[in-house]
Design a protein around this ligand. Structure first.
Ligand code: GLC
Length: 747
């Protein structure tokens, strides 16, 4: 019987491999056949992406039918545009009803049918934590929070739900996930990353892509993703967005390329390019990155798209190109396939001219257009005649919102809980105050309903702020002091006097929403009026529970040390208020762990996977809260850490097992993190690096044995010659407070 099963499964595997190959061959055939029919103008048009505003009526955000037909026909018939992005208002963008989205995108599909070759437009949108620009979409915790869940299953589900709601809106292509690594806490897009660790970012990002694309992203409820921003955008030396990063090749290969390589391996068919520069070369001009590495080393077959106006900026900002025309030539020859122009047809006109003068070979155009057409075929766009998904049953479902609430709950980090002040009893009387206590925007961040996410009046009224969620949760008296706080100062005297009339104070602090350059700051220090409010409340002697919200770790040391409890919420999304109240009152046992090192001081930025020299003599890794830190209302212990061998030959795997036990009195979830240290190598090695993790739920007293496998890839590093290598020698595996050793030998 077994033999038959084996033969059958081999047949199925072979058949599916053959069929996948068949599909690709047939797509390649279609691409070449279509390309052969295209004029040069039609080809260059496919490489042109414009913002919706180019085809919009004035005030498109208010108009029932925001497309101006004449402008749309000009885009499609005269300029053969291949892609459109964003919403009816730019640059701030604005959320639209799903019916309007479906009509808009259908109008574009119908207009495309009037063109000579009927090549479909691919509609791109930033749906980075759900379908941000469609009303009532399920808006998840931002990436930094998803990383804090250490739950790849939740990331997969976020991808699934996002793709479904993007497609139900009639949109085609999601500019997500961000695969930049988050190692510069000042950077205003840190929260769009999965944090400072490569392994964690790869695990979460790959799961998201798999959920979003499934086995076939032409499916009605799947959609293509976009890896961004290739590469090194997230590490500006001075922390300000779109400023120079100085990343040597070894650091690039060790920390910045692996997440993109993983995204390519996960099958993402598009890559958006770094707006800034690395080592003096703008991302949009870097042939080595865009072609030698992305294509040659990673084998990426999809297409690259520029970021916003970044080709023209090679001339206007970076002063690399002597003219806009030269900028187009530099970018296209470096490896940019599609230009997010976005406001005009300059790219189209200039590239046409460059090809006609022979400065850009037709072969390069054909290469870029083939890649674009291939993704359009893979996305099923040629077969699509209308929004592929009905709204009912596919949009903002009860199940999807429940998954979102679970993600928010698992993304919140309980960093401190002195004297078990938390969870609060349901009759506790609470003063709720602070600038982030009564706003939804501060829990969602940028790319929410509008580009900056700051339009509180657009937020759905059925979602609860922290204050309203606490009010709903407890039978005790709840008083809020602070109004819509960022708009006005909080009356400290009033807050202090109210504190005296309540059992505890919940003080919600943090940041307004922001993204990209508007979110630049000059210090991680929290602003003084928030610190003053905290100190005044602490002086009352009432137990104070500090809740932080925002995209970056602002310096809270002096008040965190006096607070009884500290809850790090970051950006938990539309269910964030409910999730925080669930945790504060014990309906949920917190399980989030920090995906970044939370600094003690604004200039004390050291990562957990630091080098030995960073913790030598006077140098120390001394964050306020370390990477992987997160408390629970129960306690867990790991024990029995063991390896399958104490010596392996180069190229072999090694198996790790460890027990994890719930040693407390409450059911809880725990992510068990497996770290590795290569004790001595020809390139200095981090003191520890996360190489595996698993999250389990255990009843009180329950124990589970977890198994992990470390591969040669896990043991490898970028050697002297810039190649990935495993060197013989001693290694340490660390889990919890246990360490075991093994050796790698040549043979
Ligand atoms: C922005 C961002 C990028 C986004 C794009 C389209 O400048 O850098 O992440 O996808 O423009 O909105």
């Amino acid at each position: 019987m077994k033999a038959h099963l084996l033969i059958f499964s081999l047949f199925v595997t072979l058949e599916s491999a053959v069929s996948a190959q068949d599909v690709n061959d047939s797509i390649d055939h279609k691409v070449q056949a279509l390309l052969a029919q295209m004029t040069l103008e039609e080809k260059v048009g496919q490489m042109t992406q414009i913002d919706f505003s180019v085809v919009s009526v004035v005030n498109g955000e208010e108009a029932e039918a925001p497309i101006e037909q004449g402008k749309l026909y000009d885009a499609l018939l005269n300029h053969h545009v291949g892609s459109i992005l964003n919403t009816p208002t730019t640059p701030n963008n604005q959320v639209q009803p799903i019916e309007k989205w479906r009509k808009m995108t259908q109008a574009i599909r119908e207009a495309t049918a009037q063109t000579r070759l009927k090549i479909p437009v691919i509609y791109g949108i930033d749906a980075i934590h759900g379908a941000n620009y469609t009303e009532n979409a399920v808006l998840f915790p931002q990436a930094i929070n998803m990383a804090a869940t250490f739950n790849t299953d939740l990331s997969f589900k976020e991808g699934e739900i996002t793709a479904r709601e993007v497609k139900a809106s009639g949109q085609d292509w999601n500019f997500s996930p961000v695969m930049d690594i988050g190692r510069q806490p000042l950077w205003p897009r840190l929260w769009e990353t999965y944090g400072e660790d490569v392994h964690l970012a790869i695990a979460l990002g790959s799961a998201y892509i798999n959920g979003h694309q499934g086995d076939d992203f032409a499916a009605a409820d799947k959609a293509p993703t976009c890896l961004k921003h290739f590469v090194g955008y997230s590490y500006p030396l001075n922390g300000k967005d779109r400023t120079p990063a100085w990343i040597g090749e070894r650091m690039l290969r060790e920390y910045f390329l692996p997440t993109f390589a993983a995204g390519v391996k996960a099958g993402s068919p598009t890559v958006m390019i770094n707006s800034a520069e690395v080592d003096g070369i703008p991302g949009h001009a870097n042939y080595q990155y865009l072609t030698t590495i992305l294509r040659g080393e990673m084998g990426f077959k999809g297409f690259t798209v520029s970021d916003w106006a970044d080709i023209e900026r090679l001339y206007s900002r970076d002063k690399m190109a002597a003219s806009p025309r030269e900028a187009v030539k530099i970018a296209v020859m470096a490896g940019i396939d599609m230009s997010m122009v976005p406001f005009d047809y300059s790219f189209y006109d200039l590239l046409l001219d460059l090809v006609k003068t022979g400065e850009v070979p037709v072969a390069r155009i054909d290469e870029a257009v083939s890649r674009i057409l291939r993704v359009k075929y893979q996305s099923g766009l040629f077969e699509r005649t209308e929004p592929t998904l009905a709204v009912a049953g596919n949009f903002s479902t009860k199940e999807a919102n429940a998954i979102n609430r679970q993600a928010a709950q698992e993304s919140i980090v309980l960093a401190k809980n002195d004297n078990h002040i938390l969870p609060l009893k349901k009759h506790t009387s609470v003063l709720v105050t602070g600038p982030t206590a009564n706003l939804l925007s501060v829990m969602n961040g940028g790319w929410t309903l509008t580009w900056q996410g700051a339009s509180e009046h657009l937020y759905p009224q059925d979602k609860l702020t922290l204050f309203k969620a606490i009010q709903k949760k407890t039978k005790g008296k709840v008083t809020h002091v602070g109004g819509n706080a960022f708009a006005d100062e909080i009356n400290v005297e009033q807050a202090v006097s109210e504190a005296r009339n309540h059992d505890v104070v919940v003080l919600a602090i943090g940041e307004k929403t922001y993204t990209e350059t508007p979110g630049n700051i000059d210090t991680l220090n929290l602003d003084q009026n928030q610190l003053n409010l905290a100190k005044a409340l602490l002086a009352t002697g009432k137990p104070l529970i500090l809740v932080t919200l925002g995209g970056r770790p602002r310096i809270i040391t002096e008040i965190a040390e006096s607070a009884q409890a500290v809850v790090l919420g970051f950006l938990p999304g539309m269910e964030g208020g409910q999730a925080l109240a669930d945790i504060l009152f014990g309906d949920v046992n917190p399980s989030g762990k920090l995906p970044i090192s939370y600094p003690r001081n604004t200039n004390d930025i050291v990562m957990y996977d630091h080098k030995p020299i960073e913790a030598f003599e006077f140098n120390q890794y001394q964050p306020l809260y370390g990477f992987g830190h997160g408390l629970s209302y129960t306690t867990f212990e790991t024990n029995g850490l063991a390896l399958s061998k104490d010596k392996i030959v180069l190229g072999e795997n090694i198996n790790v097992s460890v027990n994890v036990k719930n040693t407390g009195g409450l059911t809880g979830k725990e992510a068990v993190l497996v770290y590795l240290n290569d004790v001595a190598a020809s390139v200095t090695r981090p003191v520890k690096q996360l190489k595996a993790f698993k999250k389990v739920e255990l009843q009180p007293g329950q124990q589970q044995t977890l198994q992990f496998t470390l591969t040669p890839e896990d043991l490898s590093f970028i050697g002297i010659d810039m190649k990935r290598v495993v060197e013989p020698g001693e290694f340490k595996v660390m889990v919890g407070n246990e360490t075991v050793h093994f050796h790698v030998v040549k043979n």
